[in-house]
Design a protein around this ligand. Structure first.
Ligand SMILES: CC(C)(COP(=O)(O)OP(=O)(O)OC[C@H]1O[C@@H](n2cnc3c(N)ncnc32)[C@H](O)[C@@H]1OP(=O)(O)O)[C@@H](O)C(=O)NCCC(=O)NCCS
Length: 141
């Protein structure tokens, strides 16, 4: 198993199936390619886990870095961590998040924040995260 940045060619090699664990995903390849380019332009770092000896993508997670006015270090936002259902509960999500924590440390972040479903709280608390404040949301569409 190897963790690396998402490449355009991964989009139709298991990446969509990863995203579908989070809800209905965009599945038209041309739209995905456009979004991939937009995200790259905005500096969003998407990592994938590649299955051993294949180009099959089995997990993914993204980081967005936010420079803060009040600190010299940045805040990292962890987004869309997902493991394909048939690969869950094998320690892959844990390896991926530990990798992303190290990546955020290397990029001089002072904290990582994320929103998650209550059911996944134990997964994150086992990795050192703590419940903090309340998440609020306003749907605009
Ligand atoms: C949540 C998710 C990323 C976890 O990945 P995973 O590869 O299945 O988790 P791991 O096997 O690495 O689990 C690591 C540890 O967390 C525990 N864990 C994982 N998910 C858990 C859950 N929902 N409830 C309680 N414990 C959980 C495991 O038992 C394991 O414990 P251990 O270290 O004591 O053995 C994965 O289940 C997933 O993709 N879910 C659907 C998408 C989603 O909800 N993503 C989160 C968005 S923020």
């Amino acid at each position: 198993m190897k963790i690396r940045m998402l490449k355009e060619s991964d989009l139709n090699h298991g990446f969509i199936e990863c995203l579908e664990t989070l809800g209905k995903a965009q599945t038209k390849l041309s739209d995905m390619v456009h979004i991939f380019k937009q995200r790259k332009k905005h500096g969003i770092k998407t990592f994938v886990v590649e299955e051993k000896d294949s180009s099959n993508i089995i997990a993914s997670g993204s980081i967005i870095f936010e420079p803060k006015f009040r600190y010299t270090e940045k805040c990292a936002h962890l987004e869309d961590v997902c493991v394909r259902p048939e690969y869950q509960k094998k320690g892959i999500g844990k390896k991926l998040v530990l990798y992303l924590i190290q990546y955020a440390k290397k990029k001089k972040c002072y904290k990582i924040i994320l929103n998650s479903h209550e059911n996944n709280t134990p997964f994150y608390t086992k990795l050192g995260f703590q419940k903090h404040e309340n998440g609020l949301r306003l749907d605009l569409i």
